[in-house]
Write a protein that binds this ligand. Structure first.
Ligand code: C2E
Ligand code: MG
Ligand code: MG
Ligand code: MG
Length: 281
């Protein structure tokens, strides 16, 4: 009996596994099809400078409006795209598209693009960035590349060399999701980052948890002493904004201002935040 039960359970798990493998295979095919038929879109979320209360740039965020399943989050499909080797071409498309859009904007503000650590493995990343800038005509100083600490987990020396080459092009480099990786402080010493983006998880409980407040305060202070811009992610309340302003954080990004919006709405956002009006005056 027990033996039979065991075998039954075993078969049950095998079936489950088969289904998982099957689902994954379907999602892979779906991703390839979506890429081939240009189904992906870039949305843009404003970065707001605290001191001036003006939009200083937009972060490009990938969206997959799936024909049958609705909007799929990048958190769901980027890890798979990385595993199946699609992140190279997809990331290249993101770079080219973001640069092409940004040159159309009515103000010479920055566009931030997220890079996957896997894109550093391909070894032609610098060439791709040079080509995206040249083809779009975007000034290098308007492009900001966001990387995470995971870029340094392997191939540290090679990846640092790539970062230096990128920076020599005149683009700026931000450290995204700061505080969630490993031993981040040593990276700050090994590379001159232009910006640190404080992870949303610390901003979320700023007012509620004193440890989060202490961490955000420490990162802001660190940025100030090292002359690195600090940006707080996931700012949703005026309470958080006031707190961040008082602690000398430079920039905010979050639903309090706006979520990520389609490219066609960028100009409207610039008007809404007075960025256009004040610069015309
Ligand atoms: P991220 O780079 O840290 O981007 C910020 C994420 O926080 C975005 O999620 C954004 O929509 C969300 N967010 C912004 N403000 C708020 C807020 O006030 N509250 C809350 N709850 N969330 C907020 P999204 O667009 O789903 O992207 C998730 C992650 O996927 C990004 O995190 C980034 O790591 C990755 N990603 C997005 N686009 C790309 C891309 O083109 N290439 C690569 N390699 N990764 C990308
Ligand atoms: Mg980012
Ligand atoms: Mg981030
Ligand atoms: Mg984040």
């Amino acid at each position: 009996r027990a033996k039979e039960d065991g075998r039954g359970t075993h078969r049950f798990f095998e079936r489950e596994m088969d289904q998982q493998v099957q689902r994954r295979r379907e999602m892979e095919l779906d991703l390839r099809r979506a890429f081939a038929s240009s189904e992906f879109e870039l949305y843009y979320q404003p970065l707001v400078e605290i001191a001036s209360d003006k939009i200083s740039g937009f972060e490009a965020l990938l969206r997959w409006p799936h024909p049958g399943k609705g909007m799929i989050s990048p958190a769901e499909f980027i890890p798979l795209a990385e595993e199946m080797g699609l992140i190279g071409p997809l990331g290249e498309w993101v770079l080219r598209e973001a640069c092409k859009e940004a040159v159309k904007w009515p103000l010479e503000i920055k566009v931030a693009v997220n890079l996957s650590p896997v894109q550093f493995r391909s070894r032609n990343l610098v060439q791709v960035v040079i080509s995206a800038l040249a083809n779009s005509g975007l000034a290098p100083k308007r492009l900001e590349l966001e990387i995470t600490e995971s870029v340094f987990l392997a191939e540290t020396e090679a990846n640092l060399a790539i970062l230096h080459q990128l920076r020599e092009l005149g683009v700026s480099i931000s450290l995204d999701d700061f505080g969630t990786g490993y031993s981040s402080l040593s990276y700050l010493r090994s590379f001159p980052f232009d910006k640190i983006k404080i992870d949303r998880s610390f901003v979320k409980d700023l007012a509620k948890r004193s440890d989060c407040g202490a961490i955000v305060r420490a990162i802001s202070g660190l940025g100030r002493s090292l002359n690195i811009t600090t940006t707080a992610e996931g700012v949703e309340t005026t309470e958080q904004l006031d707190w961040l302003r008082a602690e000398g954080c430079n920039e905010v990004q979050g639903f309090l201002f706006s979520g990520a919006r389609p490219a066609a709405e960028v100009e409207q956002l610039l008007f809404r935040f007075g960025a256009m009006a004040s610069r015309a005056a």
